[in-house]
Design a binder for this molecule. Structure first.
Ligand code: ATP
Ligand code: MG
Length: 464
């Protein structure tokens, strides 16, 4: 049985609720905030019913707010339902802003309260499931070189990485900006037999053409003006390890020839040098340009392409990764939240919408940066689209209708499920089901009609 904590100073209300709820829940009772917090720490209930006006300040909401704050501090996911007097509507709304799950007027009407409690438990259980899924994905990321992903394309990439890592085949990684090409290269290195040796990345697009050859292959002393000493190139540094040639499409044609020779013969010559230096490395290349087109246009040598692309890995853009967007977003949220000691717990419904519908031209890097920035700036527990740098135009595109639909969908789903379950439990008796659900019979009929629920004839009415 789920545990339910009730904190109220009114003995009658405590007893009434206990009698009404003890069949469904294991009910814990407390008369003030401190007693309640003690019971909470010991029993960790997922749902708490909390009176707003509690001793020693029965006439104000101070103690209720304090209790709510401390409960959420102890467990950010606890669902707190506030019990409020008639005159406390404003404070009830304030409690909602602080993170209360719902509020309910006094004196509590048991059947209605029951529905709210059962929804709260339903929601915490869903959230628990989501969190353990998220944890499972993040744990698995340990095996994929820290890469997060669950969509079929990413799973197949992880499996390719595992298969090819131990051999020395050359790997060609393609994908838009920020899709994780370097991360894949690093993951291949880390799960290879070369992992104890260096992983040397070099960005062929970032180094001026006249320096690139020396950067790659090194140079001998005196080989050109300013070459005061002999210098090893990146290729030599990658001895026994992995050489990662990023933006390989930018490599000038004359260097393509030299690279091809190195790949075929396993030797290099430094600039100005005369003897061959044997090099034992594995090469991984990456590009975000269309290499087939570069070949057609004569900008990239076809023979080199075949040599470097024994195995190709194509990283899908973030916008095509489905729920991975949210998984990654939550992963970064947790990570930066810890790093900056913030109290951001989640993305608001509107943010979730934005995350799902935005185009992500900068892919995972952009997502990471946006979440990082918004956590640094955020003052509240939930990130809104504006925190994520979503412009009004973008938010008009994504959150106008959809959050409303989502909330409504969620409500409808719960309603449908509860009605279905109640009717089943009562062997099809609408009267009894209505009683259990705390609604009148005509209301239940209306709800069933609204949800297009099974025609009544399939539920033989036993008692009318
Ligand atoms: N699947 C993933 N899981 C976790 N973090 C990721 C993932 N993919 C990318 N990242 C993170 O996103 C950022 C960009 O990744 P990376 O540098 O590997 O992309 P890239 O494709 O090489 O980008 P560019 O084309 O701009 O060079 C990095 O901070 C990286 O850690
Ligand atoms: Mg890169």
């Amino acid at each position: 049985m789920e545990k339910l904590l009730i904190i109220d100073d009114n003995v009658d209300i405590r007893q009434q609720l206990k009698w009404g709820l003890c069949e469904d829940y294991s009910v814990l009772l407390a008369g003030d905030v401190n007693e309640g917090l003690g019971l909470f720490k010991k029993n960790r209930p997922k749902v708490v019913i909390l009176d707003l006006g509690l001793p020693p300040h029965e006439d104000t909401s101070i103690e209720g707010f304090r209790g709510l704050g401390e409960l959420l501090e102890l467990d950010p996911y606890v669902k707190v339902i506030m019990l409020t007097g008639n005159s406390e509507r404003e404070n009830a709304l304030k409690a909602m802003q602080m993170g209360a799950y719902d509020f309910f007027p006094k004196p509590p009407i048991l059947n209605e309260l029951k529905v709210i409690i059962s929804r709260a438990f339903h929601l915490t259980n869903l959230e628990d499931q989501n969190r353990s899924l998220q944890r499972a994905v993040e744990q698995k990321a340990g095996d994929s070189g820290g890469m997060i992903g669950q969509c079929p394309e990413m799973l197949s990439i992880f499996s390719t990485i595992r298969k090819v890592a131990p051999s020395d085949v050359s790997i060609f990684i393609t994908g838009e900006n920020g899709t994780g090409k370097e991360l894949v290269a690093q993951a291949i290195h880390d799960s290879s037999l070369r992992k104890k040796h260096p992983f040397i990345p070099i960005n062929c697009g970032a180094i001026p053409e006249n320096l690139l050859e020396s950067e790659l292959f090194g140079h001998e002393k005196g080989s050109f003006t300013g070459a005061h000493s002999t210098v090893q190139g990146k290729v030599e540094y990658a001895q026994k390890g992995t050489l990662f040639l990023d933006e390989i499409g930018e490599l000038p044609v004359n260097l393509q020839v030299k690279l091809l020779r190195f790949l075929q013969e396993g030797v290099i010559q430094r600039v100005g040098g005369r003897h061959d230096i044997p090099i034992d490395t594995r090469t991984v290349c990456a590009t975000n340009v269309d290499i087939a087109r570069a070949i057609k246009e004569g900008k990239f040598r076809e023979d080199l392409y075949y040599r470097i692309s024994v195995i190709s890995i194509n990283l899908p853009p973030l916008r095509d990764r489905g729920d991975d967007i949210l998984i990654l977003a939550n992963y970064f949220l947790r990570m930066f939240n810890e790093e900056y000691h913030k109290r951001v717990r989640r993305f608001s419904a509107a943010s979730v919408n934005f995350l799902k519908n935005y185009d992500w031209p900068g892919n995972v890097r952009e997502l990471r940066n946006r979440v990082q920035r918004s956590i640094i700036m955020s003052e509240s527990t939930a990130l809104e689209p504006s925190d994520l740098g979503c412009t009004t135009e973008q938010s008009e595109l994504t959150d106008n209708i959809q959050p409303a639909i989502r909330l409504k969908e969620a409500r409808d789903n719960v309603e449908r499920q509860m009605i279905g379950a109640a009717i089943d439990q009562q062997n099809g008796s609408i009267v009894k089901a209505a009683e259990v659900l705390g609604v009148s019979r005509p209301t239940l009929y209306d709800l069933m009609k609204k949800h297009n629920m099974a025609p009544l004839s399939t539920y033989p009415e036993k008692t009318l």
